[in-house]
Design a protein around this ligand. Sequence first.
Ligand code: UDX
Ligand code: UDX
Length: 467
Amino acid sequence: MNIKNICCIGAGYVGGPTMAVIAKKCPHIKVTVVDVNKDRIAAWNHEDLSKLPVFEPELDTIVQEARGRNLFFSTDVDKAIDEAEMIFISVNTPTKTYGKGKGMAADLKYIELCARQIARVSKTNKIVVEKSTLPVRTASAIKNILDHTGNGVQFQILSNPEFLAEGTAVSDLLNPDRVLIGGDTTPEGTKAVNDLVEIYGNWVPKAQILTTNVWSSELSKLAANAFLAQRVSSINALSELCEQTGADVNEVAKAIGMDSRIGPKFLKASVGFGGSCFQKDILNLVYIARTYGLDEVSNYWEQVIIMNNHQKQRFSDNIVSTLYNTVSGKKIAFLGWAFKKDTNDTRESAAINIADNLLNEQAAVSVYDPKVVEERIYADLDYLNSRDSEENRKLLKVENDPYETCNKAHAIAVLTEWDEFVTYDWERIYDNMEKPAFIFDGRGVLNRELLNSIGFVYYNIGSGIIE
Ligand code: UDX
Ligand code: UDX
């Protein structure tokens, strides 16, 4: 089949950028991204490109080029399914908040809804591509639904996990390390795999397009995220030891990273990893291993999450103990709320838990993030249910200006590594703070010598306070 029409269900952080890049690179293919959320689709169609629902460097330029030409955003899911030869499922798969597997397993209800809708609407053969990260063997459940509830048309299920990282989504999509496609080894399965290979082949060298069986592909996505998160937890575990022993975690990371077997990436100590994937995918892996009775395997991976939770807790504990064991009524300025720089995404961001811990201590938290909007910050806090939303709004303030955020603060906590933080007028910030003026750099991005010379007491994750 020569694919001319693609539909993607789910216009989120993955579906939106991925389809925009496919549309840019394949002007001969019509790409329609659909979503049940009307506001999200309206935002994707907004004339003002700064209003797109997902902020990613370069995304606006690509959307501007392809939108209306061969890239469309719509809420008419049935129509897009009907027209497409290939349907990507890119809906969210959050951790279950109820029932069996609560707090661990992936909630597949949206995936199932999509499968049922595809089955109901389809009148011609379709290739269904799992883009969402899914537990191993989900493809067989999707196939089962499609084959038993469909209109007798043929479905091929492919797994094509997304490895893009937020903040660098566009460049990751344009120059991926690899594209992974899993499919059935039957002649029809192989053909479907080749159809998808052909699409990526429009810009990705063939040698970087890896084809496997469906289960390997599904598991590889979970495994890749688990390995990446494990590196962060490993360096974070060492960061605590460094602070006790006088070693500097950045020096340790550099020393071990120069071993070509280890490599330098993903060794930056931090306040803890966040993002929609790492925790969810590891919990998912832990749950699957436990389901098969593999307790050692599941306990091994669970430790990555335990370490990450510990890192967040110890960061806020350290603020409280350094500020003479009380932060009650003290203003603590947060620089950054997003889970990493260059994104407006806050899912599982360490800042949320750290704010919550400090609010429990009755601190007056003030937040500035260059891209995260006020409603998002309050929604993140309210979601924890630690206190009512009125109380959250009373205790935590969101500012549009970093200098205002830091004004009269007892301490600053750097929670996201936004580039602009380095360039601030730190003398001015110091002059307007309470003294001693503390900075807790949870990202290791600020200049220690400069800050110490101005008079700050500067704590850096993984080396502590050096005066
Ligand atoms: C993705 C992946 O799909 C997920 O598996 C991965 O682990 C994280 O990234 P993401 O794009 O980040 O999800 O999620 P989100 O931004 O929440 O977008 C999902 C979209 O799907 C939402 O806009 C939601 O409205 C839409 N959706 C959900 C539907 O259109 N139909 C549904 O039935 C459910
Ligand atoms: C991750 C994977 O990298 C990507 O391949 C997958 O598709 C989705 O999940 P993402 O969550 O967008 O991407 O961002 P990533 O760059 O991996 O960062 C995740 C978290 O780890 C962030 O909070 C980041 O700040 C933190 N991190 C990363 C560190 O603390 N130290 C590091 O050295 C690297």
